[in-house]
Design a binder for this molecule. Structure first.
Ligand code: FMN
Length: 187
């Protein structure tokens, strides 16, 4: 069957794309707003280039058309810390996607411990195997309801035990459709 995107509903388009572009890595993004630590997961996330070291995250607007806290904070501070998600953090990662008022911190509401690793970047989620400290590179004006932003990785925390031959061996989870999967290596 051929599905013509101009003839199907937005819901059908979303479902097709969500279930085709898999597995998607999860950027668990920490930002700050005048001392309030904001945490949220994003899976429209990918690496774009290693030189310069840039990743892309597409952040949709809220239903009322206003930007999500993560985008607003990145625009204001030009900084973000992107943490990876392994199985241990599965439930906390999902809970951090729930909308809460901007003046409240997901760190406190959902008991997600953070620690300041680099003084000039938002904190990292305590215990993650990898966290990238990023500055805003650029954002694209886009039709529709989403804003793709590019973040340049300035520093990278890696758990020493995950580092093997200059690469990281991580036990991450990714998003597949509406559910999740473990990333397992095959040869
Ligand atoms: C696994 C997962 C992936 C998500 N990916 C995205 C995404 O790529 N873009 C997006 O706008 N929202 C995504 N969300 C929803 C946001 O996490 C959610 O809207 C969150 O409340 C935003 O929080 P904020 O207002 O603190 O930024 C995702 C949620 C989950 C659970």
């Amino acid at each position: 069957m051929i599905l013509n995107y101009s003839e199907i509903s937005q819901r059908e388009r979303t479902n097709l794309l969500y279930s085709t572009i898999i597995p998607r890595p999860i950027a668990w993004i920490v930002t700050e707003d005048n001392g309030v630590v904001n945490i949220a997961p994003f899976s429209f996330f990918s690496g774009i280039s290693s030189s310069p070291p840039v990743v892309m995250v597409a952040i949709g607007n809220r239903q009322d058309g206003t930007p999500k806290d993560t985008l607003r904070n990145i625009r204001n501070t030009k900084k973000a810390t992107i943490c990876v998600v392994n199985e241990n953090y599965f439930e906390k990662m999902k809970s951090s996607a729930e909308p809460i008022p901007s003046h409240q911190s997901e760190s406190e509401v959902f008991d997600i411990e953070v620690e300041r690793v680099e003084h000039d970047f938002p904190p990292a989620i305590k215990g993650v195997e990898s966290a990238m400290f990023c500055k805003l590179h650029s954002e694209i004006e886009f039709e529709g309801n989403t804003t793709p932003i590019f973040l340049e990785v300035v520093k990278h925390f890696v758990d020493d035990s995950s580092m093997i031959d200059e690469s990281l061996k991580l036990n991450l989870i990714g998003r597949i459709g509406k559910t999740f999967a473990k990333v397992i290596e095959i040869e």
